[in-house]
Design a protein around this ligand. Structure first.
Ligand SMILES: [Zn+2]
Length: 393
């Protein structure tokens, strides 16, 4: 379990948290927003460890063992850390502290009511929030320090769940701290957001993600690609690369660059790849959360990821033609490991054609989430890519 100060690339957020826990009126509800896989949950867990530690230490910022960290704070700022050796710290490290609670939508599977257990887990419903947050928050802590609740995908909370949680967010029982994790706050009720101390997490530096991927055993070319493709989300880069997606992507970009007008040339291998991805997503969901994911959801997610990969090649080609820079802090070309293919793609189309293909692909991605059959989306996508190839100049 990483300590708060071991979390890299989120200095501003960590400094904000240190300021919050040092203040005499520490907030009891936090909202961590930012992309997936940049360290929100690790940070929440590390914060919980400090809050539950029975003998936390205080060190002036300039004397920290992790020299040079948190320069956002004054040199003599009293930085709080978990001791790492007390029984509470030991329990946190072994993922078994009785006063630490992770709340997520898959908990519906463990609800005492069978009808809740059977429900499709698209949202984080009121039953889960009541049974796994509001009710246990009202009980006394098992140890002396208090209780911490971390709510994953809090932006998927239904309005009813959020309304039911308002009172607890406003005035939690003594010693209770609630940390909501969300990608964006816009989807949530303003009343929920306004009751929380907001802490924003940005994407990680691409070079940092690449280094981590290389040290986890990836070849440099593959690591370059995933770090750029996920725009600094280490968690997502690790997840996608473990699903065997890299070989699929290489093959796909190769086909796109060399493709003629025959849609079967693209269609069949891609349909196969999508099935493989969906299966692998099903397996990994089972492994990481012990929960069955629906085949339908897995197929949609796999198709979404594939469309995103295909779009990245066309976007790269457009960037190459126009000399446009990438988003702030991100490289302009994502498929740096296949520059020759991207070069070929960029010579095949006009700027306008590329922009149209990209727009079309993004519409297909949205259709997937409006319950359109992935098969239909897929057929259309193949037509878009192959028709565009016929239009080549
Ligand atoms: Zn401790």
């Amino acid at each position: 379990l990483p300590d708060l100060l071991d979390i890299i690339g989120q200095g501003r957020a960590i400094a904000q948290l240190q300021q919050a826990i040092a203040s005499s009126r520490m907030p009891h509800a936090f909202l961590f927003t930012g992309p997936d896989g940049v360290g929100r949950q690790s940070t929440a867990t590390a914060l919980a460890k400090i809050l539950l530690c029975c003998q936390p230490t205080i060190t002036n910022r300039s004397q920290l063992r992790q020299a040079g960290r948190l320069t956002e704070l004054a040199e003599d700022f009293p930085v709080k850390q978990a001791c790492g050796v007390c029984p509470d710290c030991k329990m946190m490290d072994t993922a078994g502290h009785p006063d630490f609670n992770l709340v997520h939508k898959e908990l519906a599977r463990y609800h005492e009511d069978a009808s809740v257990r059977g429900r499709v887990m698209q949202e984080l419903g009121i039953d889960v929030i009541d049974s796994f947050l509001i009710t246990p928050a009202g009980r006394s802590p098992a140890r002396q320090r208090g209780k911490v609740f971390v709510v994953r995908e809090a932006d998927l909370m239904s309005d009813a769940a959020q309304n039911s949680l308002l009172k607890t967010l406003e005035e939690p029982p003594p010693g209770v701290v609630i940390i909501l994790l969300a990608e964006q706050a816009q989807q949530m009720l303003a009343t929920t957001v306004s009751r929380c101390r907001r802490v924003e997490f940005g994407p990680l530096p691409v070079a940092f993600v690449k280094d981590r991927l290389v040290s986890s055993g990836q070849a440099a070319g593959e690591a370059d690609f995933w770090a750029a493709f996920t725009a600094g989300s280490l968690g997502r880069a690790l997840q996608l690369s473990q699903q065997g997606m890299y070989e699929i992507k290489r093959d796909m970009v190769l086909r796109l660059a060399g493709m003629g007008g025959d849609s079967a040339e693209l269609g069949e291998p891609l349909a196969k790849a999508m099935d493989k991805l969906a299966d692998s997503a099903l397996r990994s969901a089972k492994q990481t959360s012990g929960v069955e994911m629906s085949k339908n959801l897995a197929s949609r997610q796999a198709a979404g990821a594939m469309i995103e990969l295909i779009a990245s090649a066309y976007l790269d080609a457009l960037h190459l033609r126009t000399g446009l820079a990438g988003p702030i802090g991100q490289p302009a070309v994502v498929n740096v490991d296949q520059m020759q293919e991207i070069q070929t793609l960029s010579q095949k189309f006009t700027n306008r054609q590329l922009a149209e293909i990209i727009e079309q692909l993004s519409q297909y991605e949205q259709l997937l989430w409006r319950n359109v059959n992935p098969k239909i989306v897929w057929d259309n996508l193949v037509i878009t890519c192959s028709t565009a190839a016929e239009l080549r100049i």
